[in-house]
Ligand binder design. Structure first.
Ligand code: MCA
Ligand code: AMP
Length: 468
């Protein structure tokens, strides 16, 4: 089925006995292929299919089966609470569930057979068929479903394969979650499309990376800062070809420490759920701490000032980063207006990031325009969704959630609360647990600060920059 828009490497690439290792399971290419086809043949015509994205082979096989059949897959974060799961199921209109199903989810469960005889086949989908719907946070409101077509995913992965010289000789090692672009799209579909190997370590702990031989390692900056603090583990990574960092800024001291300990200058790359990865340092090129490299094949960037004029490519002047290319998303599911508003009238996606570019085309990300989009441990979360969750608690009269700089997480979620009644540690713990349970563990505030009042301007809008 060579004409599949995305899974050519899996279908026509080399047959590896150990293509995918996830925790303690090893799957050959042929076993993955057969199990994915077996799953594809039991799929309902109408999707999407919600996949409880635990780091297990069943998650990979279910996503691949959906892609083979052209039925969109919606990865559900395994640490998400009922509030978030209900939102994702309702918003996506999922018709079936894969994995361990909470009893309150009223969807039919689709079984995944890993050792099934497999076989069977399905017609390949069109390149513009939606492959994945990835839920990601905005500055306000609940997460939106980002629709990525199979063709866009393929274009984005091919851009990275060219920049990183990704080949069947490579073995990728990472332990990133399988419900976001970094871990699932780059981290699973990437090796499979390139006919290469994958080793998933369950969680991205430095000692697990050190214990897993490979040629490429993916991590968010928090992972690399922990590698840099674990000298024993870092030294083990000397054997690698590429160490890749993304999802949040890689602090220059971490870049330097990793280079010092491993002999490898990290490859930093930049992207978004909506755009795949658009900028990256190259395997055959310069790597500069604090810079995210050049546009990958197919991607174009534009940096404009407030009045819409071009910003000089002097490496200093900064402006709003806009991107376009074949790897961009199709839109936010069910939100045509929001989708249209995220593009300029001449078709460029407005990233919401501020950037600068130098004469060689090297880009650096200066920061986000909105304080309400927080990146903690590489996870994107919106201040608004956490504030809404906390305001549902009787102990909270007013709240402002901010991302405060943190040496390990990049930013840490801090909730400033005007309590209704006494504050105190017990209340703070209850509030943190509420967000962890209702939204997700990784969106929980790391700290709750009780205050008499919140700084507001004449319009009554909270002045977040005065907090912290
Ligand atoms: C974990 N723990 C829990 C739970 N989950 N305890 C109770 N309930 C839970 N649900 C425990 C863990 O076992 C751990 O204990 C402790 O809590 C801390 O866990 P956690 O909070 O997860 O650790 P962390 O240190 O805060 O996490 C750092 C991390 C994590 C592992 C780097 O932030 C992470 O996985 N980040 C990756 C996010 C990502 O994939 N972003 C890509 C988005 P113990 O320590 O004992 O185990 S895509 C993107 O951004 C674009 C497209 C791009 O450019 O890539
Ligand atoms: P997400 O939607 O989770 O993909 O997050 C995308 C956001 O992560 C981007 O808009 C950036 O703000 C941030 N980001 C991703 N990679 C980098 C990077 N290498 N440097 C700085 N910020 C990054």
């Amino acid at each position: 089925m060579a004409d599949h828009p995305l899974l050519t490497g899996l279908l026509d690439g080399p047959d590896l006995e150990d293509a995918v290792v996830l925790g303690d399971e090893t799957l050959a290419t042929d076993a993955v292929r057969r199990a994915a086809f077996a799953f594809a043949t039991i799929l309902p015509d109408e999707g999407p299919v919600a996949v409880h994205a635990v780091p297990r082979p069943e998650t990979v096989v279910a996503v691949l089966g959906c892609l083979l059949a052209g039925v969109p897959a919606v990865p559900v974060p395994p640490d998400a609470g009922p509030g978030e799961v209900r939102h994702v199921l309702r918003d996506s209109g999922a018709t079936a569930w894969v994995g361990q199903r909470p009893d309150w989810v009223g969807l039919p469960v689709l079984p995944v057979q890993l050792d099934g005889a497999g076989g069977g086949t399905v017609a390949p989908p069109r390149a513009d068929a939606t492959g994945l719907i990835l839920y990601t946070s905005g500055t306000t409101g609940a997460p939106k479903g980002v629709e990525l077509s199979q063709g866009a995913i393929a274009a984005g992965l091919d851009g990275l394969a060219e920049a990183w010289q990704w080949s069947p000789e490579d073995t990728l090692v990472h332990g990133l979650p399988l419900f976001h672009t970094h871990g699932l799209v780059l981290g699973v579909l990437g090796p499979l499309r390139n006919g290469a190997r994958l080793r998933h370590t369950g969680s991205p702990k430095p000692e697990r990376y050190a214990a897993t031989p490979g040629s490429m390692y993916f991590g968010v900056p928090t992972v690399w800062s922990r590698v840099a603090r674990d000298v024993e583990s870092a030294r083990e990574l000397r054997r690698a070809r590429l160490l890749v960092s993304g999802s949040a800024p890689l602090p220059a001291p971490v870049f330097d420490a990793v280079r010092e300990l491993t002999g490898l200058a990290p490859i930093e790359r930049y992207g978004m759920t909506e755009t795949m990865i658009t900028l990256s340092a190259r395997a055959d090129g310069e790597r500069r701490p604090g810079w995210v490299g050049l546009p990958v094949d197919g991607a174009q960037t534009r940096i404009r000032d407030e009045s819409g004029g071009a910003v000089p490519a002097d490496g200093e002047s900064m402006g709003r980063l806009e991107v376009r290319g074949p790897m961009l998303f199709s839109g936010y599911l069910g939100r045509p207006r929001t989708s249209a508003d995220s593009f300029t009238s001449d078709g460029w996606f407005v990233t919401g990031d501020l950037a600068a570019r130098d004469a060689q085309g090297f880009h650096r990300i200066v920061g986000r325009e909105s304080v309400d989009l927080i990146k903690s441990g590489g996870y994107r979360l919106g201040a608004g969704e956490v504030e809404t969750s906390l305001l549902a608690r009787p102990e909270v009269a007013e709240v402002a959630v901010v991302g405060e700089s943190d040496p390990d997480l990049g930013q840490r979620v801090v909730a400033w609360v005007v309590p209704d009644g006494p504050g105190g540690d017990a209340v703070a713990e209850r509030l943190v647990a509420h967000v962890a349970e209702e939204l997700s563990w990784h969106k929980r505030p790391r700290e709750v600060r009780f205050v008499e009042s919140l700084p507001r301007n004449a319009m009554g809008k909270v002045q977040k920059k005065q907090l912290g």
